[in-house]
Design a protein around this ligand. Structure first.
Ligand code: SAH
Ligand code: SF4
Ligand code: F3S
Length: 518
């Protein structure tokens, strides 16, 4: 994306005339501000709220966090208790990481965090990659509206990918008028500023930007697990696969500066994190547009050097950009996990071309072979779409053929979902539902048969497992993960959580192991 162009920002300003809203179009700021202070050095009590908010980020947001904190204190006085906030995440790891950023702010300004949607503030961080993700939100929103009748002070906020779709915002504005705040994926860093306006006023606030080239660093973040964390290395996507809405709702690809990524990981390591998951829609194209370009493999080499980090994962790899350099770095690494998620989408070169994936069946299979040769113990997982427009029985057979040859450890299989605005949605030859359903069942059966066989191949070995949590069904067991991402349940107590322990893999039960500490 051209860096010197001003981004267009759709700003529907809060201007109440009865309950009417007046859209206002403004231009956003460009460039990344250089933060003077680190987030953990800023003391909200030192911020003078009598002064005007600073213009530069992230200082501006800290000003609004201080303001929110004063407003939350006030609310707490009225309620006679600490207000509670609940964030629900739909969608992928990118959204999960965004929710951690929202939670970081909520904690800092004085909310108690809860999973219960009866909370005083509820945020839905939404996904729109497939229609059912979208429908789920509307269903649950109806329930929230019911709750709000009994809790009039309740605040309901919606953010995430769905909110980047103008039709969605329009529908909520008309039919879900009890919603207090709507914001998008590009201005999530402004959450404190928007929440302050919400806590002070009433009526719906909508702030959704069409795009941005801005990355705001050093905002607070509260991670879900003390010992592992996602780390965004890039935002957005430039690939425009013809079925996919993500490039439209997440904007153009922007890589974070390596020094910011490494500094964040160093801080995480100092805070007890042993595993990081580097996040991006296409991590293999990391760094291409940086002022000083850097490859993803080079970034991995740098992350590997950070003391305290024991495991490195990443998500997602696009096959078209997977380099030999990356395979070499993985093969020689002590820390990069033996797992590659390599979305196939379809095994038919004809369909792949219409999908705009920019690889063929043969190129994909050659890549799998190269990976398996260089890293024999690697676990391969994938995403597959069934019923893309025009998919014939022959095309589908090609997909089954790749599944048989690649022998995935697991695969996420999706029924094609028409997403308004994508090129595939306008294609005329949509596949009838019954045909798709039948193919989907056949694919699932094959995937499950192979993944069962693949999982079992480690039986009898003793391997390092990161203990992640107490087993939800049996409290005498811990649940952890192998380097290749498979789950292992083994006897142990909570003091081991966050530690990497050797576990003897005694029995494979389909998609997980039962083990014993060695
Ligand atoms: N950036 C990642 C994928 C992100 S979306 C990549 O390219 O690999 C996660 C998965 O959702 C995709 O891999 C794809 O399999 C699926 N998906 C995306 N759009 C879809 C649609 N319209 N219908 C069904 N599945 C879809
Ligand atoms: Fe969607 Fe393709 Fe981008 Fe993945 S690479 S997010 S499937 S457009
Ligand atoms: Fe969904 Fe947005 Fe992720 S559409 S899959 S939450 S990038």
């Amino acid at each position: 994306m051209e860096t010197d162009r001003f981004v267009r920002k759709i700003y529907l300003q809060k201007k109440r005339v009865g309950r009417r809203w007046h859209p206002r179009f403004t231009t956003g700021q460009k460039g990344t501000e250089n933060p003077k202070r680190m987030y953990n050095e800023i003391n909200l009590d030192e911020i003078n709220l009598m002064q005007e908010p600073p213009a530069a980020e992230p200082g501006r947001q800290y000003y609004f966090m201080a303001k929110c904190r004063a407003l939350v204190r006030e609310l707490s006085g009225k309620l006679g208790r600490q207000p509670q906030a609940c964030t629900k995440t739909f969608g992928c790891q990118m959204n999960a990481r965004d929710s951690e950023k929202l939670t970081g702010i909520l904690e800092l300004i004085g909310y108690t965090i809860t999973e219960d949607e009866h909370a005083d503030l509820v945020i839905y961080n939404t996904c729109t990659v497939r229609e059912n993700a979208n429908l789920k939100v509307y269903g649950r929103l109806g329930v929230l509206g019911g709750m709000k009748k009994k809790q009039p002070h309740k605040l309901i906020a919606l953010c995430g990918c769905m909110m980047q779709e103008p039709e969605v915002v329009e529908k909520i504005r008309k039919s879900y008028r009890f919603v207090d705040l709507i914001f998008g994926t590009h201005n999530i860093y402004k959450f404190a500023e928007l929440l302050a306006a919400c806590l002070e006023g009433d009526g719906m606030i909508i702030d959704v930007w069409k795009d941005t080239d801005k990355i705001v660093e050093n905002l607070p973040v509260e991670r879900k697990y003390p010992f592992k964390s996602g780390v965004n290395i890039m935002f957005g996507c430039n690939n425009f696969c013809s079925y996919c809405i993500v490039p439209y709702v997440r904007g153009r690809e922007r890589s974070r500066e390596p020094r910011e990524i490494l500094r964040e990981i160093e801080r995480l390591a100092a805070d007890g994190v042993v595993e990081v998951m580097l996040l991006g829609q296409n991590v293999n194209s990391y760094g291409k547009n940086l002022p000083e370009p850097m490859s993803f493999a080079q970034l991995l080499r740098e992350v590997e050097k950070i003391d305290g980090i024991k495991r490195i994962r990443f998500m997602t790899s696009h096959p078209k950009d997977l380099s030999d350099e990356l395979i070499e770095v993985m093969a020689s690494s002590e820390k990069i996990c033996r797992h590659m998620h390599l979305p196939l989408q379809s095994g038919s070169s004809r369909i792949l071309k219409i999908m705009n994936r920019r690889y063929t069946k043969e190129q994909y299979l050659a890549l799998v072979e190269k990976l398996r040769r260089a890293i024999p113990d690697i676990s391969l997982t994938t995403d597959i779409i069934v019923g893309f427009p025009g998919e014939t029985e022959e095309d589908f057979e090609e997909t089954l053929d790749v599944v048989r040859r690649a022998r995935y450890d697991s695969a996420f299989t999706f029924i094609y979902s028409k997403r308004t605005g994508t090129p595939a949605a306008a294609m005329e030859n949509q596949v009838p539902e019954e045909v798709v359903k039948e193919r989907f069942d056949r694919l699932l059966a094959l995937v499950q048969e192979i993944s069962g066989e693949m999982a079992a191949r480690l039986t009898g070995q003793t391997l390092p497992v990161l203990a992640e949590e107490v087993n939800s069904q049996d409290a005498s067991l811990l649940t952890g993960r192998l380097s290749n991402n498979l789950l292992v349940h083994f006897p142990g107590d909570a003091s081991l959580i966050g530690k990497i322990v050797d576990v003897h893999l005694q029995e494979c039960r389909g998609f997980y192991y039962m083990g014993e500490r060695y």
